[in-house]
Design a protein. Structure first.
Length: 214
């Protein structure tokens, strides 16, 4: 059996350095050389984003580096996607993400989305200032197993509770795991409103979300 370790490591390195143009070529070359698409996804791209996530949590890299790595991840994914479909490789799960009603901030949400995608999770981004009913409807129709709610303001964090209450009233609370986050949000608040998980940063959010699918 061929050993593709070096190619996979090289792709991971390119991702971590944010070399979007080079990584697309490297992924195509790996496919041409017979490297399985699933291995490129798991052992190069997801592995690389996991390393970036760990460094982000430890304060070794910052938002710009994460954004650059995520751009390289997206470029690599574009090249890899047809081969993944052909090989029957599917996402490990599906998640919904949004910023709650009244809150227009999206940097944190976007970082979490990138980290989730970097863990092999398909993400449906509902956007910012999301009406509670829109979120409930999306949970009903999307088939997502996890719902990520972001709030950056103390004035909007109660909207996270509104969503959870609305899911209960619709009879679908048990169908989805609800994760909450944002600057004013705490573990205590998450417990109080009945959320399934709280995380303080994007990398941790990706780890917890992935664990829900294991």
């Amino acid at each position: 059996m061929a050993d593709y370790t070096k190619q996979l490591n090289d792709i991971s390195e390119l991702l971590q350095k944010g070399k979007a143009k080079d990584i697309a070529l490297a992924v195509q070359q790996a496919l041409d050389d017979g490297v399985p698409a699933g291995d490129i996804l798991e052992k190069a791209l997801i592995a690389g984003m996991s390393i970036i996530g760990g460094k982000f949590k430890r304060g070794e890299v910052f938002v710009p580096e994460v954004l650059i790595a995520a751009r390289a991840m997206n470029k690599a994914s574009e090249t890899l996607k047809p081969a993944l479909i052909e090989a029957g490789v599917t996402p490990v799960g599906k998640a919904l993400i949004c910023t709650v009603k009244g809150d227009l901030h999206d940097i944190g949400k976007n970082l979490v989305k990138m980290m989730l995608e970097g863990r092999g999770i398909e993400v449906n981004d509902l956007g910012v200032d999301c009406d509670t009913q829109k979120i409930v409807d999306a949970v009903k129709t999307s088939g997502a197993g996890v719902l990520c709610l972001s709030a950056l303001l103390t004035t909007t964090m109660m909207a996270q509770k509104d969503v959870i209450d609305a899911l209960k009233n619709a009879g679908i609370r048990e169908s989805v795991k609800v994760m909450v986050g944002g600057a004013p949000v705490t573990q205590g608040f998450a417990d109080e409103i009945g959320a399934d998980a709280y995380t303080s940063d994007a990398a941790s959010a990706a780890e917890v979300c992935r664990a829900f699918y294991n």
